[in-house]
Design a protein around this ligand. Sequence first.
Ligand SMILES: [Zn+2]
Length: 155
Amino acid sequence: MDGFYSVSKGYSALQTPHCSVYPLAIWKSVWYSHCLPKVNFLAWLVLNNKILTGESLMKRGFKGPSCCCLCKFALETADHLLVDCAFSRSVLEIILRDVLSSFSIQNSEIEFYIAWHENRPVKSHSEILHNNWHSILKFTWWAIWIARNCCIFKD
Ligand SMILES: [Zn+2]
C-alpha cells in the first residue's frame, strides 16, 4: 500500500474474499438482489455493525435517549432493534410463519441473516422465493427501521 486511497483500490479490497469475516456469498446476497439500493445499504450497515442505534450514538457521545422507541424497554442495540424487540419479533414471526415455518429467530441480526441465507429455497422448489429470498428479510428490516424512525422523528 502506498498510503493513498482510490476508488479502484477500495473496490479491489472489497472483492478480496478474505477481507471479510463472512463468506463472499453473504455480501453478494446483500448487493446483488432484487431489492432497492437503499434497502441493500441498510442491510450492509446492519451486517457491518454500522447502523446508528441508540447504543452506537451513545458511544459517539450523543446525550439523547438511547432506549428503544418501539418497546420503550431496552437499550436500542442493533440486535435488540432487529431481533429481540417485542415489536420486531412479532413482525418477524408473521413473516416467518408465512414464508418458512421451520425457521427460528436467531440471537443476533448477523446470525439471523446468515441462517436466512443458508435456508434459501432451491430454485426448483420456488423460483419466486429463490430470487427474492434475501429481499424478504431486508425489506422486513427496512420496515422495522422506518417504524423506528417514525417513532423518533414524529414525536
Ligand atoms: Zn424494543
